[in-house]
Design a protein around this ligand. Structure first.
Ligand code: FAD
Length: 517
């Protein structure tokens, strides 16, 4: 007979791990099913070669694009999910992101809840994930009920100089919110500095506020919490009416196992959650579970992003570079009525990472060795919102393989943001310091395999005809099925998505605690 729990949570990342942490004190019996294992703590965690060139922590999955071309998605199957690799920049969406926003290529839809509805949960998530930041600096941020639990991480000299120059030029740079357990990081600093501030690397000393360290590990000793690793959920089974999930089918150690629960919460990541629902088609749900609206898998978004390096004569010896962000163009720009996006710093380039990420790009490093080039760059991450489109979607072929069709939109806005960055650097005193006569910028757009910011595929909403989930993130069509990963986003905004997934998981967790009595 299948083992029975009060709640089964599928996936232990930003959504699933945080939900488990929220539900654990209820005493309800919780089963966490995680496809991956614990990420090994090993010297390679901090080595650019294994991480960036060999892709040591990237899954071996093969997905296919719209033309049927195979690619290896940059997904990470571990306890903690993508947060094991994330940069831990934990931003709130702006209040305007919760309403309709007109973009050059269409309208970004409104959420069924407002920023004010989310605000208390953002605060709780910032405290749980030990975010360092300074509310009140960024003019575009919404109201906040409580300051961050820790002060902002201070800029290193080169970034402080950039911040001062930008402020003098009339811009509004602010301290990026960082999820880091700084005391532990400080203790380990002599080795910690090698990972250039968490971005893209797992943290050997567990000082990064990821879902494993913050949410999952602390509850593993609780008698009501069970975690099964290397347990891939393949499908969900419903009762005869199709109104409720009765069991969860798992592939583990080459065998098929079945588990039952009163509540099932999917949090396998936007693509894999859609995959599980589509794989669970049955007579009552012929197009996939919870898919009467034909919305499961649709509206996939992942940001129209560019990684940009500005090369200057002045060396940039910053180690922790991801401390500055700027939203001056978030809602528009001079003589431009559409939202343009966010500028933030990204992990500091080093020679190996540059080689691994963009072999062609590294050829353009005149008069420098690659290492010397890396030393002189300042690295930016530009994010423009991409709009939900029904044709940007996850589907499965007859063998159950994932096909990801995606056509970018808002490219004009993304180009405008790049233009604004160039202007900004000229105004910020970097023009005088370039080795080349003119500014020398290199940029790359993120290809389809860069699924780090994947969201959408099961959006929440009031209307069962146009959404998969209700405002509590319960499937409209099933009484006991919830989704708490980034699938629920109706729009993505132009800031990184993890904090919103964490805040939402805490919100849904409070709802479930009440429901379970
Ligand atoms: C390199 C990198 C840098 C990033 N930097 C940032 C950042 O600075 N700030 C930010 O906000 N966001 C960042 N992100 C994105 C952020 O990590 C994700 O938005 C967030 O983790 C998504 O949460 P999730 O719960 O939807 O999915 P995940 O965190 O990916 O969790 C999904 C979990 O489900 C498991 N799973 C998948 N399929 C199955 C299955 N069939 N059965 C069982 N388990 C399954 C996976 O193994 C995983 O543990 C970054 C991501 C990457 C990869």
């Amino acid at each position: 007979m299948a083992e029975r729990y009060d709640v089964i949570i599928v996936g232990t990342g930003a959504g699933g791990g945080t939900l488990a942490h929220t539900l654990a004190p209820s005493g309800k019996r919780i089963l966490l099913l995680e496809r991956g294992d614990f990420l090994p703590r090993e010297s390679e965690n901090w080595e650019p070669d294994p991480v960036f060139i060999e892709g040591r922590y990237i899954s071996e999955d093969t997905w296919y694009d719209a033309d049927g071309k195979a690619f290896q998605p940059q997904v990470h199957y571990f306890v903690g999910g993508a947060t094991k690799m994330y940069g831990a920049a934990l931003y709130r969406l702006r209040p305007e992101d919760f309403g309709e926003l007109k973009h050059v290529d269409g309208v970004s839809p409104a959420w069924p809840l407002s920023y004010d509805d989310f605000e208390p949960w953002y605060t709780k998530a910032e405290w749980l994930y030990q975010v360092h930041g300074n509310h009140g600096e960024d003019p575009t941020e919404g109201t906040w009920s409580k300051q961050y639990p820790f002060p902002a991480v201070s800029h290193e000299p080169r970034i402080q100089q950039l911040s001062d120059d930008l402020t003098a030029a009339g811009y509004h740079p602010y301290h990026a919110p960082c999820g880091i357990m700084l005391n532990e990081a400080h203790r380990a600093m002599s080795t910690c500095i090698r990972c250039t501030w968490c971005d893209g690397y797992p943290c050997l000393v567990h000082a990064k506020s990821d879902a494993e360290s913050i949410a999952v590990r602390p509850i593993l000793d609780e008698p009501n919490v069970t975690l099964l690793v290397n347990a891939e959920v393949t499908r969900l089974v419903t009762d005869a009416s199709g109104g409720a999930v009765t069991s969860v089918v798992v592939s583990r150690d080459g065998a098929e196992e079945t588990y039952e629960a009163d509540i099932v919460a999917l949090s396998a990541g936007a693509t894999n959650t859609a995959k599980i629902l589509l794989s669970s088609a049955n007579d009552q749900h012929p197009n996939g579970l919870a898919n009467g609206s034909d919305q499961v898998g649709r509206n996939y978004m992942f940001h129209n992003s560019k990684a940009v390096v500005a090369l200057s004569k002045e060396p940039n010896d910053t180690v922790f570079q991801k401390t500055l962000a700027l939203n001056d163009f978030y809602l528009g720009a001079k003589d431009y009525d559409f939202p343009v996006g966010q500028i933030q710093m990204v992990g500091k380039s080093n020679a190996e990472a540059m080689k691994g990420e963009e072999p062609l790009l590294t050829k353009f490093a005149p008069h420098f060795t690659l290492a010397e080039t890396a030393r002189h760059v300042v690295d930016f991450w530009l994010t423009t919102e991409d709009i939900a489109s029904p044709d940007n979607r996850v589907t499965l072929d007859g063998d159950g393989n994932v096909h990801l069709s995606y056509k970018s939109n808002n490219d004009e806005e993304a180009d405008r943001l790049y233009h604004e960055l160039k202007q900004l650097l000229n105004h910020a005193g970097m023009a005088d310091h370039h080795v080349l006569q003119k500014n020398f910028y290199m940029h790359m757009s993120i290809p389809i395999a860069g699924v780090a910011h994947q969201v959408g595929t099961c959006r929440f909403g009031d209307d069962p005809g146009t959404s998969v989930l209700d405002p509590n993130c319960k499937a409209h069509e099933l009484d006991n099925l919830y989704v708490v990963d980034t699938s629920f986003f109706p729009s993505i905004g132009a800031v990184n998505p993890a904090l919103t997934a964490m805040a939402n998981a805490m919100r849904v967790g409070a709802h479930l605690t009440e429901r379970l009595g």
